[in-house]
Write a protein that binds this ligand. Structure first.
Ligand code: ATP
Ligand code: MG
Length: 396
């Protein structure tokens, strides 16, 4: 939906002066020597419709500049940028205003609320500048305030609100515009941890309801991991890595990223799906106890998931019960079936898996909504994932 290719921004130089410098091998130095500064350096990325895409990096890494190029508050020095296939960089001012008005809304860390206007009027402000009539804009403001949990505060003045509530008004202002693309520049970074958490939950809920496309800038990797479908890590204007949170955790692109990752609570970010593996064996109800026991013995395991034709779990066959059924001359697994296992969905965090692991002879099963066995999570896999990615071996 949003596609950026080879975007660069050099501050302090005209486009005509900067463009040839960007084509050289040492473009950063070349721009620098000419008295400019290369804030964004050859960045490409795509954001899908309905995706919550996070841009993460330290102060000065070019996040805000990049975000502002998306709605052209900053003009790129070079590169292409399109929304739904239509070019944004070459757009006329009129078309650009139209696109900004109808489709894109921005939320900042410190945005100004008008102190003498009510919360409702503040939330309606984005519509006012878009030329929407008074009645409609106040209705839409009320609707948006309701959605951010401030439905009963429309008549209050900003001074009566806490910092977190003010950010809710900012979010309501963006929602009220009806824009399907939200650009958010560190909107929660000034908030206390608990309030920040609440706002992240609210954002995730709002996003899931309407499939809005959100590009969210933060310098906090924990925040990025909590909310981002994908995270683009930036350093000195360049993209260092662009992946899902679990991918970044398990295979950081370089030392810079792994230093960031060291502070992340892995047990909350990694989920069952990121550590599960195919089950070493499964059994069917009509198999003979002796055949299953042989396979278990080879793998040195004490139990096995028994599944039906669709792969749904029927139960577990334990080795001691298999041995008894074998001596009794039984031809299938019916008599050995016990309901001794734990299952989780793919999105269950590791933190919650840990206490389930090790209770039974089979590992924790990961299932879909039809109870079909997608994979298993042995306790050792949880422990090794929590311990972090393997150190990259380098030739000293
Ligand atoms: N208008 C400007 N003129 C000159 N340099 C600028 C301008 N805007 C930003 N820069 C420089 O470009 C670099 C990237 O700035 P940017 O604001 O995009 O970084 P950021 O990642 O958003 O940082 P922060 O986390 O502090 O907000 C910085 O070194 C900044 O000083
Ligand atoms: Mg910034």
């Amino acid at each position: 939906m949003i596609e950026a290719s080879n975007l660069s921004k050099a501050f302090g130089l005209t486009r005509r002066a900067a463009q040839p410098l960007l084509r050289t091998d040492h473009r950063r130095d070349a721009v620098d020597n000419a008295g400019g500064f290369l804030a964004v350096d050859d960045v490409s990325f795509c954001v899908e419709r309905g995706e919550l895409f996070v841009i993460m990096g330290l102060s000065g890494s070019g996040k805000s500049t990049l975000l502002r190029m998306i709605n052209r508050l900053v003009d790129p020095t070079a590169g292409q940028m399109s929304i739904d296939g239509s070019d944004v960089v070459g757009m006329s001012d009129g078309d650009l205003r139209e696109a900004r008005n109808r489709r894109i809304s921005m939320v900042f860390q410190h945005f100004a609320l008008f102190p003498h206007r009510t919360i409702r009027e503040n939330a309606a402000y984005g519509l006012k500048v878009r030329g929407v009539g008074a009645k409609e804009r106040l209705e839409r403001a009320d609707w948006a305030l309701e959605r951010v949990g401030l439905g009963n505060r429309g008549d209050a003045r900003p001074a009566a609100l806490s910092g977190g509530m003010k950010q809710r008004v900012g979010l309501a202002r963006a929602l009220a515009t009806g824009a399907d693309i939200l650009l958010m520049d560190e909107p929660f970074s000034a908030l206390d941890p608990l309030i920040k958490r609440e706002m992240q939950e609210l954002l995730l809920a709002l996003q899931a309801e309407d499939e809005r496309t959100i590009i969210f800038v933060t310098h906090d990797l924990n925040e990025a991991m909590r909310i981002g479908h994908r995270i683009m890590v930036m350093k000195d204007g360049r993209v260092v890595q662009c992946d899902t949170g679990p991918q970044i955790l398990s295979s950081p692109a370089n030392e810079y990223v792994s230093d960031f990752v060291a502070d992340v609570d892995r047990s909350r970010v990694l989920t069952a799906s990121s550590v599960m593996r195919p089950p070493a064996i499964t059994a069917r109800l009509d198999e003979s106890p002796s055949a299953v026991l042989d396979r278990l013995g080879e793998l040195e395991m004490n139990g096995v998931f028994v599944v039906d034709e669709q792969g749904s779990i029927l139960g577990v066959a334990r080795d001691d019960l298999l041995a008894r059924a074998m001596s009794a001359g039984e031809s299938d697994l019916r008599s050995c079936l016990v309901q001794e296992y734990e299952t989780v969905s793919e999105d269950r965090p590791l933190a919650e898996l840990f206490q389930l692991a090790g209770r039974h002879v089979v590992p924790v099963g990961v299932v879909d909504e039809h109870d079909r066995l997608l994979g298993v999570v042995p306790r050792a896999a949880i422990l090794s994932s929590l311990a972090g990615p393997r150190k990259v071996m380098t030739n000293a």
